[in-house]
Structure formats: C-alpha cells, structure tokens
Ligand binder design. Structure first.
Ligand SMILES: Cc1cc2nc3c(=O)[nH]c(=O)nc-3n(C[C@H](O)[C@H](O)[C@H](O)COP(=O)(O)O)c2cc1C
Length: 203
C-alpha cells in the first residue's frame, strides 16, 4: 500500500508510530514553578549529539489550553532529568503516563523513591539504572494540522549522568543487566534482552 498521511491511511489504526519503532523512552522528571515534582514517559525521544551530549523530547499537543506538565515545567525552570526505563519498572512508568493535574506528584502516584540530583533541582528516580541531568537548550514549535497547534520539541544538554554500579560490567554499560524498555506501535512494547556486535568497515 501507499498513502499520503494528509489524506488518511485507511487502516484501523494509524501505523506511523509502529513504523518508527522501536523508540527509546525518556522517563522525564521536572519541577513545577511551585516545586511539585513531575514524572512522565516520552517516546518521541532520542540523542541528537554526543559532544556535548544532547537529547530531544517532543510533547504532543493536547486538546485543552493547558500544555503537558513536562513541557510547561521545562520552559519555566530550564531543568529536567531523563531516566531510562528498565523492563522491571514498566508498570510504574505506565502509571506516570496518566494525565494528572500539575500539583500531583507522579513519584508518589507510582510509589517511586526520589534521590537528589547533583547539578539540577528536579529529583531523580533512585532505582533507575541511568539518569541524565539536563539543562534546556532550545525549543522548537512544529507545524500542526487542521488548525490545531503542533508538537513542541525540547532540546536539552546532558550536564550530568548517573549510572547504577549494577549496570556496568567490565567498565561498559551492560543493557542486558536492566533490559531497557522500547515503545513500539499501538499498545505494544519491547525490551532489549540480547546484544550482538558488528565492526564497521575500515575504508
Ligand atoms: C511509553 C509512552 C510514551 C509516551 N510518549 C509521549 C511522547 O513522546 N510525547 C507526548 O506528548 N506524550 C507521550 N506520552 C504520553 C504522556 O506520557 C502523557 O500525556 C502524560 O500524561 C504527560 O505527562 P505530563 O503532563 O506530566 O508531562 C507517552 C506515554 C507513554 C505511556
């Protein structure tokens, strides 16, 4: 089949997110202007640079005038923390995706312990295998469709990285120790359980 997204796909469900899969999941903590902790997953997420390390997350538009708390908080405070979700914490991650009001602390909702960060104010998830402390660099409003505003992409610089000792083996990050979760399409997920290497050609 071939389709132009602007004309519809004719399938029971939009396949776009199933096509761009697997996607890593940023589990993002931030603080409101009033100091309330916020935590939510974002799979429109990736690393975009490694020197300095930088990443992006994209916040989809919501029907009401209130934006997503993560976006509002980052635009107000300029700081956030991106955690990688281990397979074992998938249910807690899912709890934090609920549309709770801004004064609702999703760490408490999901029963997650907080730990302080070294360089930024938002708390991090104590038990996450990896937490990246980030400062907001720049944001970009994407075009919307049908008169609705578009997604909002936040770029951040990773200024500090926590790695659990249990995730390191012989000085290298061993993802099979915590099986990072990946988002597929529809309601589906996967996780990394095995790894193989390929050497690049020497030209
Ligand atoms: C695995 C997963 C990935 C998600 N990825 C995104 C995303 O990339 N962008 C987005 O706007 N919402 C995404 N969501 C939905 C948000 O997590 C949800 O709207 C949440 O309530 C936002 O919380 P906040 O208002 O505290 O930021 C995702 C949800 C799940 C479960």
């Amino acid at each position: 089949m071939f389709y132009e997204p602007k004309n519809g796909h004719g399938l029971p469900h939009n396949p776009f997110k199933a096509i761009v899969a697997p996607r890593p999941i940023a589990w993002v903590s931030s603080l409101s202007g009033e100091g309330v902790a916020n935590l939510a997953p974002y799979s429109f997420f990736n690393a975009v640079s490694d020197a300095p390390p930088m990443l992006m997350i994209s916040s989809s538009p919501v029907p009401d005038s209130r934006g997503k708390d993560t976006l509002d908080n980052i635009l107000k405070t300029n700081e956030f923390v991106v955690h990688i979700v281990p397979h074992a914490m998938r249910d807690a991650m899912n709890v934090t995706s609920g549309d709770y009001p801004p004064n609702d602390d999703e760490f408490v909702r999901a029963g997650l312990e907080k730990a302080p960060c070294n360089l930024v104010s938002p708390p991090r998830i104590a038990d996450a295998p990896v937490a990246m402390e980030c400062r907001h660099h720049i944001n970009l409003g994407l075009p919307g469709e049908g008169g609705v505003r578009g997604s909002h992409v936040i770029f951040g610089e990773v200024v500090g990285i926590h790695i659990a000792d249990s995730a390191l083996k012989d000085g290298m990050l061993d993802v099979t120790a915590y099986n990072p979760l990946a988002r597929l399409g529809y309601m589906d997920y996967s996780s990394v359980t095995d790894v193989f290497s390929l050497n690049r050609p020497k030209v």
